[in-house]
Design a protein around this ligand. Structure first.
Ligand SMILES: Cc1ncc(COP(=O)(O)O)c(C=O)c1O
Length: 485
């Protein structure tokens, strides 16, 4: 399967799309040079067996299992993966936007091997050096007094625990979250999620209330300027708080830069306004930095771009590039104090797993030593941003480009005036499938969602490889242009 679909995958329709993409990618002539010296015939045969066994025994996330046509990955290194036929593809998706340091970083691989040789696992109630050091490094990265870390297995459970902490801390039950958001696939996390993946899972029993986000390209508030969008979206949010009863609302959860939902950064002043409103009404502000955090936007955390300190920050993915599953909640001193004498009623067998924490320590250290966050910022300002803006001038199918660091979205439309999307919200389309197939046949593994292509390479992708990916995208946009009316 394409990386893209796994995270986004919505329903059987998306499964069919995944199949179409893989089939098209596989059958189209490969423009990217295969690497016969890297992938042997034997590896390809082993990959075929893995594929057969997968189809017989593996149940995949989000998919209609029947039509699903997954892509085999035989090897991965840096920003590249090799598919089941030995074709080399630039991983412009960073898988599910988590391999921020690329694949198989030698320092992180060595740290995991070293930790495995010393101590593979230990129960969460014991002290462990990898866990302590990972928590110290994360507390150093988080703003303000978010000095303690509760480790989880990934992003969804991080959000579940953050909400539980907020409810216990405030004694309130409701949770506000934005439409056009993704917060995870477990029950409460998918309930706070604001995208179509929630629909089949929505039992509306969790006290969750959705509000409209600040999304300027398709403004829900009729705004024509950034300032108007921020002001009107904040007024709407305050109305929602008033109408739901401020005294009932425990938390507001918000992706600092919504990721899968479209990489739409907040208009200037919006997050500051959210912080002010939540403080004024005694609501815990949870910043979901699962996708946007750990260098993705060209800062260590996306909130660093704005002058806000949330009460809780959730993270996962980039914290250790996903080499071993890890997520967590960074906790303010005030919320920590609630649980100083009172037991926190929650836990996980693998909270602070040594292999995952050793990977986090090595990842953060490598990112610092190799200046990856600064590099992501530079790639965004000097290469990705200017190139995509130039595409927007030349390609009539490009409705909007936006982003920062190594976190960019290209929104494709059939008509720039009406902004009619190339695939409907929540769905795929034959047109989008052709664009995705063009990327794959050109040698790029893309991240796509509805009518968008996301440009989200690892933060340390060499300039020449980023340029290669953008050239392939340029040609794929010619295909999209053919659908403009
Ligand atoms: C913003 C955000 N929050 C939460 C999650 C859920 O993380 P996980 O899949 O590790 O549970 C994701 C996953 O894509 C995400 O992008």
């Amino acid at each position: 399967m394409t990386t893209t679909e796994e995270d986004l995958n919505l329903d059987a329709q998306a499964s069919a799309k995944a199949g179409a993409v893989t089939a098209a990618g596989a059958s189209a002539p490969a423009e990217a040079k295969p690497e016969p010296t890297t992938i042997s015939e034997e590896q390809i045969r082993a990959g075929q067996r893995a594929h057969d066994l997968d189809r017989e025994h593996v149940f995949h996330s989000w998919q209609a299992q029947g039509p699903f046509a997954p892509m085999t990955v035989l090897a991965a290194e840096g920003p590249y993966v090799w598919d089941g036929e030995g074709r080399k593809l630039l991983d412009m998706s960073s898988q599910l936007v988590n391999t921020n340091i690329g694949h198989q970083h030698p320092k992180v691989v060595a740290a995991i091997q070293d930790q495995a040789a010393r101590l593979c696992t230990i129960a969460p109630q014991h002290v462990n050096d990898a866990r302590s050091e990972a928590a110290r490094l994360i507390a150093e990265i988080t703003p303000g007094d978010l000095n303690h870390v509760f480790f989880t297995n990934g992003g969804a459970d991080a959000n579940e625990h953050a909400i539980r902490m907020a409810r216990l801390h405030t004694g309130r039950s409701k949770v506000l979250s934005a439409y056009r958001s993704y917060h995870g696939g477990t029950q409460l996390a998918v309930n706070v999620t604001g995208d179509p993946r929630r629909f089949p899972n929505d039992y509306s029993a969790e006290g969750v209330v959705h509000f409209l986000p600040a999304y300027q390209y398709r403004s829900y508030f009729g705004a024509t300027t950034e300032a108007e969008e921020a002001q009107r979206a904040l007024r709407h949010l305050e109305d929602m708080i008033q109408l739901e009863g401020p005294g009932n609302i425990a938390a507001l959860i918000l992706e600092t830069v919504p990721g899968t939902a479209g990489i739409y950064g907040p208009p200037a002043g919006y997050l500051e306004g959210v912080r002010e409103l939540t403080s004024r009404y005694g609501i815990i502000y949870i910043a979901d930095e699962v996708m946007a955090g750990f260098g993705r936007t060209g800062r260590w955390l996306a909130v660093d771009h704005w002058d806000v300190t949330p009460d809780l920050i959730t993270f996962a993915k980039g914290v250790n590039s996903g080499y071993v599953p890890l997520g967590g909640v960074a906790i303010s001193d005030e919320i920590f104090d609630t649980f100083r004498e009172r037991a926190y009623p929650g836990g996980l067998t693998y909270s602070g797993h040594p292999l995952a924490c050793a990977a986090a320590v090595a990842t953060i250290t490598a990112m610092r030593e190799e200046g990856m966050v600064e590099n992501a910022d530079r790639l965004g300002r000097e290469i990705i941003g200017p190139t995509l803006r130039e595409f927007a001038q030349r390609h009539p199918s490009v409705g909007d480009v936006r982003g920062m660091g190594c976190f960019w979205a290209v929104e494709l439309v059939k008509n720039r005036e009406t902004r009619e999307p190339l695939a409907a919200y929540g769905g795929s389309s034959p047109e989008m499938n052709q664009v995705i197939a063009a990327l794959k046949s050109g040698g790029v593994l893309p991240f796509a969602n509805f009518n968008r292509i996301h440009v989200v390479p690892p933060l340390n992708t060499p300039d020449a490889d980023v340029r290669f990916g953008l050239e392939v995208l340029d040609r794929a946009l010619d295909v999209a242009d053919g659908f403009v009316s």
